[in-house]
Design a protein around this ligand. Sequence first.
Ligand code: ADP
Ligand code: MG
Length: 409
Amino acid sequence: MQDPRLELQRIFGFPDFRGVQRQVVDRTLAGQRTLAVMPTGAGKSLTYQLPAAMLPGTCVVVSPLIALMHDQLRAAEAVGLAAATLTSVDENRAETIARFRDGQLDLLYVAPERASNASFRDLLSQAPLALFAIDEAHCVSEWGHDFRPDYRLLRPLLDSFPDVPRLALTATADAHTRADILEQLGIPAEGMIVAGFDRPNIRYTIQPKDNLTRQIADVVRDTRGPGIVYVQTRAATEKMAAALAATGRPTRAYHAGLDPAIRAKNQRDFVASEDMVMCATVAFGMGIDKPDVRFVAHAGLPKSIEAYYQETGRAGRDGDPSVAHLFWGAEDFARARQRIAEMEPERHAGERQRLASLGALVETAGCRRAILLRHFGEDPPATCGNCDNCLSPPRSTDATEVARKYLSA
Ligand code: ADP
Ligand code: MG
């Protein structure tokens, strides 16, 4: 077989692998089953795209969102890979199926619900298969933050092709979720590869809310460069953008309910800007590649530690010093508990656990980074020197008591 590094250079034009990419690629080329846990931006796609190009047959990629598939498809085609999607909205299904059967595709992107479809299983048995890649693999776990029941249908399908290598990929999975992914997808424990999650250039600061708009405005005034403010409701994005305009910075709002043309323009403006503040719901950020975001501020509690890590991780992709500020209040916990109470009972234990982990993060008098990294299964030093608590150890335990009170109620 060809040398993976030379193929990486030839096909993708990258001089070398990053982090654990090589390990993941080697296992896959050797026909093994792997769970790769790598942070967003670490380059997960390449770990299946390269084997897809090198191995005979097609890599079938399971992906949860059609929009995500189309982004991936364009990226794969841009480097000259033969790729297609097979979804309910495709017009050229017959052509795609013919190309797949003939072994002309490197990559075929499908949605998980295809897995339960008998004719899809037949199709797979007629085509040469290189590997199965299961993207956003945390969707298979009820413990994950984004459970998709359709992912549960994958195991029987994968098991009908026991000799085809499997590669599951996720950015965000705590220990419990990871164990569940291994089990649900039939991957051995030694097949799990975890990449470094530390983002040493991001300084974490977490404080109770007091005057939220003023607190956020202070962050904006104190931090040069582009920033994102995550607020909790669509209406709040526009209010916050208007309030922060008083700092003299250009501001924009972003949420899923905006007119698509305006939303796209606001996003373009932000990506092009060197000083803009984007006030957004969590709908903003996925798939946005802006390396010089200098701050991310949360006006309220994020959904989970995973979400916090992912959202703050949009700061400082260029490696330069950046800050992440989170402002929280007891009412955030009350609202979260209310939301959990309205969910199906099966989800209560997992969601409560997730909320308790967030409580531990906001209430700790110790190192924030240590809590984050331990959450992702790493074993960090007790202090990082670059979070609020390490830089100025707190004296009072008021925040601790407030959080405890509202978590236990
Ligand atoms: P993830 O899915 O892990 O969030 P992606 O697969 O989208 O990350 O990759 C993130 C970016 O990193 C992409 O722009 C990709 O081209 C780039 N990238 C991946 N691997 C390498 C590499 N070995 N060298 C340089 N850039 C890379
Ligand atoms: Mg990805």
